[in-house]
Design a protein around this ligand. Structure first.
Ligand code: HEC
Length: 232
């Protein structure tokens, strides 16, 4: 009895190791992306991102960025890099032009993947994830900030973070409008590498959170803390 269960758990361990190894080599099933709340695009593939703020409005755009971030991290990051900063395993997707030309190339790869001499270098995602997920991921990718621009302002952002954390803990005298304005100004100077007009930087996220309440100061401070530590 004991032997059987020992062999059983050994087999499980070996199977687990094999699965982990397979993961490391890229043989991983696409993870579903929950696109609830985004406008649906049907079955016919578009050639241009429908979730940009110019065409879909700010709310849809923001939602697409959030959904796309999670879809990207689950399906693309292990090859294309965390936060879309490539470690060299696969192309750096931040440079893909945020216009129809870049979009067409993006959906082509997304749908069909890439196979070279019979080896799958990138799996096909099109049928399993569908185009709403594709465009949400696209929206996230094209709004990544230029990390060099982030480096240049990280000291000032740390200072603002400490200020926000103080106000969250009840230190008086916060000027919510001034803080928001300064963060927005910093955010406005951080560009994307894709040419998309607005970068979804931590400064941008923090500025959007501030509404003068202690709870908002707290989440803005946390957003900056997480963003600033992830960058290094
Ligand atoms: C198993 C690794 C792997 C995964 C996972 C992966 N890719 Fe790729 N991807 C690659 C490789 C390798 C290439 C380069 C293929 C080539 O030479 O054109 C590539 C190319 C691309 C390109 C073309 C880039 C260019 O500059 O030409 C796009 C767009 C792309 N991938 C998007 C994605 C998206 C979006 C996801 C997640 C949904 C994803 N990839 C997941 C490995 C991967």
């Amino acid at each position: 009895m004991h032997h059987t269960s020992l062999i059983g758990s050994l087999a499980t361990a070996v199977l687990f190791a094999a699965t982990t190894l397979a993961h490391a080599h890229g043989d991983v099933k696409p993870q579903p992306v929950d696109t609830a709340g985004l406008p649906e695009n049907g079955d016919e593939w578009l050639t241009e991102n429908p979730y940009r703020a110019e065409s879909a409005g700010q709310d849809v755009w923001l939602k697409a960025v959030r959904i796309g971030a999670s879809g990207y991290n689950q399906n693309c990051a292990r090859c294309h890099g965390l936060e879309v900063v490539s470690g060299g395993l696969a192309p750096d997707l931040r440079f893909l032009e945020a216009e129809e030309y870049g979009d067409e190339w993006f959906v082509e790869r997304f749908r069909l993947g890439y196979t070279q001499n019979g080896t799958t270098k990138m799996p096909a995602f099109g049928e399993l994830l569908g185009q709403d997920a594709a465009w949400a991921i696209r929206t996230y990718i094209e709004t990544r900030p230029d990390d060099a621009a982030m480096d240049a302002v990280s000291d000032e952002l740390k200072g603002l973070r400490d200020e926000l954390a103080g106000y969250a803990n009840g230190a008086g005298g916060a000027d919510a409008d001034a803080l928001k304005a300064r963060l927005s100004e910093i955010a406005g100077n951080i560009e994307t590498l894709s040419g998309a007009p607005v970068a979804d930087s931590v400064a941008f996220r923090a500025a959007n959170l501030i509404d003068g309440t202690p709870a908002a100061y707290k989440s803005a401070a946390e957003t900056l803390t997480i963003g600033l530590s992830a960058a290094h």
